[in-house]
Design a protein around this ligand. Structure first.
Ligand code: FMN
Length: 243
């Protein structure tokens, strides 16, 4: 984990960046440009995590986090700093190369598995309903990985998710012709500027729809005494739509 700009002030935008791949290649280059532009837009406090270094253990599918508070996860010592940074941030940025038919590296998927308790079906966090997110992917099939990562964030109840897919036909940024590098850099900078100024918007229709469906499921199939039901009750989600 690295934290830049230690000066904490109210007008600072806190951003957590989760780098989904260990390779310091195309996605890393795109992320560095994105960060640089955000820093130019105003004061930012950027906390970065790198997969798999910051989540070196595989989710074992024990489901403890789905039936208990997330701190019961056997890998809590790795999940905790990432979870806390997400909760503390104003904006979440997920970056990843595109792998396979419609996927992301296992290291990114592994982190999302560890954070699955945030999903609407389990224990969605009010704090996340206020946040904006950005998904930055590289690779020819970028659109599919954007869809996959955006879907996760929407299931967390994120207020807005924006994205940019950089379709490169090379595994080495610097091997692209200069004009193409400049073109991609300009796209990334433009997206970062737009993202920086975005304000909270009304919740997605799909989020509200998911909320009502899950409310029925929790009442009908999960029930009192079980963690997700009790979490929803404690947070008043059964009384009033939080979106
Ligand atoms: C295991 C693996 C699978 C990949 N699968 C695809 C793919 O299905 N479609 C695609 O467009 N690119 C695919 N790529 C290429 C990468 O998405 C692309 O080169 C990306 O920009 C690499 O980013 P990086 O330099 O940050 O690792 C794959 C790369 C790897 C290593």
């Amino acid at each position: 984990m690295t934290v830049s700009n230690e000066v904490k002030r109210r007008d600072i935008m806190k951003v957590v960046i989760i780098n989904g791949s260990p390779r310091k290649g195309n996605t890393y280059t795109a992320t560095e440009i994105f960060k640089d532009e955000m820093n130019k837009c105003g004061k930012t406090l950027i906390t970065e995590f790198f997969m798999p270094d910051d989540m070196p253990k595989f989710c074992m599918g024990c489901q403890v986090c789905l039936g208990n508070s997330y701190d019961k996860c056997p890998h809590h010592k790795f999940t905790e700093p990432i979870y806390k940074a997400i909760m503390d941030a104003d904006a979440i940025v997920l970056t990843s190369p595109h792998f396979g038919a419609s996927s992301v590296p296992g290291s990114m998927q592994n982190l999302l598995d560890h954070l699955d308790f945030l999903t609407m079906t389990v224990a969605p966090r009010k704090e996340i309903f206020e946040k904006k997110a950005f998904v930055l992917t590289t690779g020819t099939g970028s659109a599919a990985s954007i869809k996959m990562l955006s879907t996760y964030l929407k299931h967390w109840g994120i207020n807005r998710v924006y994205s940019l897919g950089i379709k490169l036909f090379t595994d080495k940024w610097s091997s692209m012709p200069k004009e193409k590098q400049e073109y991609q850099e300009a796209r990334i900078r433009k997206a970062a500027r737009r993202f920086y100024i975005l304000k909270k918007k009304p919740a997605y229709f799909s989020t509200v729809f998911m909320y009502y469906i899950n409310r029925i499921i929790l009442k009908k199939y999960v029930g009192e005494g079980n963690y997700p039901y009790e979490y929803w009750k404690e947070n008043g989600y059964f009384d009033k739509c939080p979106f």
